[in-house]
Design a protein around this ligand. Structure first.
Ligand code: AR6
Length: 179
C-alpha cells in the first residue's frame, strides 16, 4: 500500500528482512543491543554492529545515531532511543516525536532514500500502542510536508494488531490508499 505521493508505506513483518536503505532500531541509551527489534537487528547485522555502536554511543533519549548495516540488506542502521513510558506526564510524547524526527534528520543528512521504522517504545519501554501510533504518524506526516527526503518512509509493524492500528489511523488522516 502507498500513501500521499507514495512516500508513506505500511508493512507487517520482521524489519530485518526489508530491502530498504536504512532500518531504524529501538535502542537503549548505551546502544548495547538488547531484546525485541534491537535484538533482531543486532543478530541479523552480526557482532560487528556492537563495535560500530561503541563508536557512536551513548545516545540520549529522543536522539538517534547512525551505523552501517553490515550483514543486513539495509546499508544503514539508525539507532533511535525512545522514552520509557512512565505516566504520560514526563515528556514522553515529545521524546517519542523527537526519536522519529531525529532519525529522519539523520537520514536526510546522509542522503538516505528509504527508511523503515518499527513501533518505537511500544515493547519493553511500555508506551501505550494507540498513543505511540498517533505520535509516529503525526511526526512522519509533519516531516513529509517539509522535506523531500527520505523519498520512502515505511512503518513496519510486527503483528496484526499494530498493522490494523496503523492502517486505520493512516486512513483516518488520509495518508493511505490502495497501491
Ligand atoms: N521487526 C519489527 N518490529 C519488531 C521486531 C522485528 N524483528 N521485533 C519486535 N518488534 P521493543 P522498545 C516490535 O521492545 O519498547 C530493547 O532491549 C515490537 O513488537 O523492541 O523501544 C532495546 O535495546 C514492538 O512493537 O523496543 C531497549 O533496551 C516494537 O518492535 C528496549 O528494548 C518495539 O519493541 C527498547 O524498548
Amino acid at each position: 500500500m502507498s500513501g500521499i505521493a507514495g512516500r508513506i508505506r505500511l508493512v507487517t513483518g520482521d524489519i530485518t528482512t526489508l530491502d530498504v536503505q536504512a532500518v531504524v532500531t529501538a535502542a537503549n541509551k548505551g546502544l548495547r543491543g538488547g531484546g525485541g527489534v534491537d535484538g533482531a537487528v543486532h543478530r541479523a547485522a552480526g557482532p560487528e554492529l556492537l563495535h560500530a555502536c561503541r563508536a557512536v554511543a551513548p545516545c540520549p533519549t529522543g536522539q538517534s545515531r547512525l551505523t552501517p548495516g553490515l550483514a543486513l540488506a539495509a546499508d544503514w542502521v539508525i539507532h533511535t532511543v525512545g522514552p520509557i513510558y512512565r505516566d504520560g506526564n514526563s515528556g514522553e510524547a515529545e521524546l517519542l516525536a523527537s526519536a522519529y524526527w531525529t532519525a529522519l534528520a539523520l537520514a536526510v543528512e546522509h542522503s538516505i532514500d528509504g527508511v523503515a521504522f518499527p513501533c518505537i517504545s511500544t515493547g519493553v519501554y511500555g508506551y501505550p500502542a494507540d498513543a505511540a501510533c498517533d505520535i509516529a504518524i503525526e511526526s512522519v506526516h509533519r516531516w513529509v510536508q517539509t522535506s523531500n527526503l527520505p523519498r520512502v518512509i515505511i512503518f513496519c509493524c510486527f503483528g496484526d494488531a499494530d498493522f490494523q492500528r496503523y492502517e486505520s489511523r493512516l486512513r483516518q488522516v488520509g495518508l493511505l490508499s490502495e497501491a
